[in-house]
Design a protein around this ligand. Structure first.
Ligand SMILES: [Zn+2]
Length: 261
């Protein structure tokens, strides 16, 4: 009888022990699941954080214009995106040719620029791919010969490859210049690049978005545009796009990344 009770007690003990182990196991499982869930929440929060705090994407959704990468006024032409001859419909404004869709905006922009400094004038606008090729090759010849006014201003000849590398710092190869769009203009107080007074350029840059233009190659923009600072090259993108890009300090390449196709 005593042995039986002992056995029973032993059995009972084992059952309770088993239940205790089982409950502990369940408890640990619940703890583990909770921990995983809270880590998941943390990860979601932290991955959202940079987008929210990044100055460039601030208010991105609230004031981003309803534009598309495929809009005619946002066409991208650069060394990574060369284009065949685009042959836009052209109109003449103050001695240069532009896409007729921007003629009115350019007349107003030029007028406003001349109110800032009367010597502001248009130097160049539409250039066909064929003409750009002529221009580029002419610069290459000049560099190869070591001519005055070139970067290789030594009188000593250099190779075509070296010459082309020199030219690429101030002129785009045919097909890679956005002058072929008819939407880009060079405007300055003087006929030389980066020689206009800085305060005049700053004022011009400030008013440009009111007419749909942006300074296309700003200082510090080379990492996205691939082109060094140019104080005279303005590009028409439309008023809403230009204002957004100016407000958020974006180049065309950076702005296009925010837009749907
Ligand atoms: Zn230009």
């Amino acid at each position: 009888m005593q042995r039986q009770t002992k056995k029973k007690k032993l059995k009972k003990g084992r059952i309770f022990g088993g239940i205790f182990v089982l409950l502990t196991f369940i408890f640990l499982c619940v703890l583990a699941v909770n921990k995983l869930q809270s880590q998941g929440t943390k990860e979601t929060t932290s991955s959202n954080k940079p987008a929210v705090s990044s100055p460039k994407s601030e208010n991105k959704k609230s004031d981003l214009p309803e534009a598309h990468q495929s809009d005619w006024n946002l066409i991208l032409v650069n060394r990574a995106h060369p284009k065949e001859e685009l042959s836009p419909h052209l109109t003449t404004v103050a001695g240069v040719q532009v896409d007729s869709r921007i003629a009115e905006a350019l007349e107003k922009f030029l007028g406003a620029a001349q109110a800032i400094d009367p010597s502001e004038h248009l130097i160049s606008a539409y250039r066909s791919v064929a003409y750009q090729e002529q221009l580029f090759n002419g610069y290459v010849e000049r560099e190869m010969a070591g001519a005055a006014g070139s970067l290789n201003n030594t009188g000593q000849p250099i190779s075509r490859e070296e010459a082309e590398n020199n030219v690429k710092t101030y002129s785009q190869p045919a097909g890679s210049s956005e002058h072929q769009t008819g939407l880009a203009v060079d405007i300055s107080t003087v006929d030389a690049l980066n020689q206009s007074p800085k305060d005049v350029v700053a004022e011009l840059r400030k008013i440009a978005p009111n007419y749909g233009f942006i300074l296309r190659f700003p200082e510090g923009g080379k990492s996205s545009t691939g082109v060094d600072y140019e104080d005279w090259h303005f590009r028409y993108v439309g008023i809403d796009n230009a204002k957004y890009m100016a407000k958020h300090n974006l180049t065309l390449e950076e702005y296009l990344k925010l837009l749907p196709q």
